[in-house]
Design a protein around this ligand. Structure first.
Ligand code: UDX
Length: 447
């Protein structure tokens, strides 16, 4: 491959303002930068990445007119407005850029930022979609219109544990948006129709992990799909967190016994009510295992932070449990004291846990997390499903993972998956090859 072609090819990465999307996009940028490309991160003012953490990137801010993401507000409205507010700005900025030099441009955009594809079409440049969810989520998502038409959604209680025809091994309860109202579901499906003609898709995954789903998607889309992951392991990236990471927890972990700690985090968006918070708190306290619990500010409905924790809880857990606002999660999962990860099964958290061989307790909240949870517990068998948020169930699930033989077996499988993930990144491994193919694909129309 000619270096000159790379040095005359600029990649415009259009990131979305969600933590679980921004992090892998910045990781992808670092990886492509290491291949020699010039990288421009186009981002909203809301949840901007910190340019000083990424001195090798150019940054192009877009004014989105939002001051925050309200997790309880209408998601589809938010995404539509975001796209409407950013479209013309990107078009103008890229028009200027094209006039300034003779470099080729390829746009790689988050799937939520679909306006970037319209801009690419208008400017006659190529666009590639970046997907930060699992590949296994997509066949389920694509099946939703038909399931909705057949009145299977929202899912009736009697159907929850039954298998969905043609979507093995998913049960109705594992379907994305299984409990979403018909109206919201329709809006979600409309949103997904905005992306019509990308030239390729990049998926943050590994071929060995999601081979069947990737093959299925290849048949569906008829365009190149590059499975490149886990990006969290491939990229040398400084912190990408929007919230400040509390690093005290690492020295706290240093004092705990090997593989004894349950790390609990529900990602950047999931919220719970006061009752679920109390059950979680007493479940953790009664498990008698040490734990590190991330309670994000605002993640409990109606609260600022931990004011709804039950009376007596903090005294009860003193010395054995730590509650914090935001953790350096990758470092936590790499720590030898961590024995299990109770997660909402967001795709980044899933990949980060797999990368460290940490077995999981799976408690999904929405979207792809249901599918990821099913694959973790049933297909890859590296996680235990938490059936319900009741303290006794929490205690028994934690003890099954951290104390019982079942947990030891689960840990062995998690370690085997970690080794396979590492192998996919080595020379000749599937993610390594896929990245080379992506570079060739990008350069294929370079002059
Ligand atoms: C969302 C969706 O929920 C997820 O399912 C989708 O696949 C991507 O977008 P989110 O809910 O935030 O993301 O979960 P996840 O994908 O796990 O991303 C969270 C990120 O925040 C991870 O990279 C994790 O390491 C980081 N994190 C989380 C921290 O750094 N510290 C914390 O305390 C908690």
């Amino acid at each position: 491959m000619g270096d000159e072609r790379i040095s005359k090819h600029d990649l415009i990465l259009v990131a979305s303002p969600f933590q679980g999307h921004m992090t892998p996009m910045l990781q992808l940028g670092s990886i492509l930068h290491s291949k020699g490309f010039s990288i421009t991160i186009t981002h909203t003012k809301l949840n901007s990445p910190l340019p000083s953490n990424h001195p090798h990137f150019n940054f192009l801010p877009l004014f989105d007119n939002f001051s925050s993401i309200d997790a309880s507000a209408n998601f589809t409205n938010f995404v539509q407005l975001l796209n409407d507010n950013c479209r013309m700005q990107l078009q103008q900025l890229l028009t200027q850029k094209i006039q300034q030099n003779d470099h080729q441009i390829t746009i790689i955009h988050d799937n939520i930022m679909y306006f970037a594809q319209e801009v690419a079409t208008n400017l006659n440049v190529r666009s590639i979609v970046f997907r930060s969810c699992s590949a296994s989520y997509m066949p389920a998502f694509l099946a939703l219109p038909k399931l909705h038409q057949q009145a299977h959604l929202p899912v009736q209680d009697t159907m929850l544990h039954k298998l969905v025809p043609d979507l093995y091994p998913l049960r109705y309860k594992d379907l994305p948006f299984n409990n979403t109202s018909t109206e919201v579901l329709k809006e979600m499906l409309t949103l997904s129709n905005h992306i019509t003609n990308p030239s390729a898709i990049i998926w943050n995954t590994m071929d060995f992990l999601e081979n069947a789903s990737l093959t299925n998607l290849q048949h569906h889309y008829h365009i190149p799909i590059f499975a490149i992951g886990p990006l969290n392991e491939m990229a040398q990236c400084p912190s990408t967190s929007f919230l400040e990471e509390d690093t005290y927890c690492i020295s706290w972990l240093d004092k705990q016994a090997p593989r004894s700690v349950v790390y609990v985090s529900l990602g950047s968006l999931a919220t719970m009510d006061e009752k679920d918070l109390a059950e979680t708190a007493w479940g953790l306290a009664s498990s008698k295992q040490p734990f590190l619990w991330v309670v994000r500010p605002g993640s409990v409905k109606g609260s600022d932070w931990i004011e709804f924790l039950p009376d007596g809880f903090l005294e009860e857990i003193e010395g054995r449990g730590l509650v914090l606002k935001w953790a350096p999660q990758k470092q936590v999962l790499a720590h030898s004291s961590v024995g299990g990860f109770w997660s909402h099964c967001g795709w980044n958290s899933t990949l980060e846990s797999i990368s460290q061989g940490v077995p999981m307790i799976c408690r999904p909240f929405f979207g792809d997390q249901y599918v990821n949870s099913r694959y973790l517990s049933y297909v890859w068998q590296v996680g235990l499903e938490l059936e319900c948020l009741e303290r006794q169930v929490i205690v028994s699930t934690i003890r099954r993972l951290l104390v019982d033989d079942e947990g030891e077996e689960t840990r062995k499988r998690a370690n085997a998956l970690k080794e396979k993930a590492k192998y996919s990144l080595c020379k000749g491994g599937s993610s390594f090859n896929s990245l080379s193919n992506l570079v060739e694909f990008i350069l294929a129309n370079s002059t």
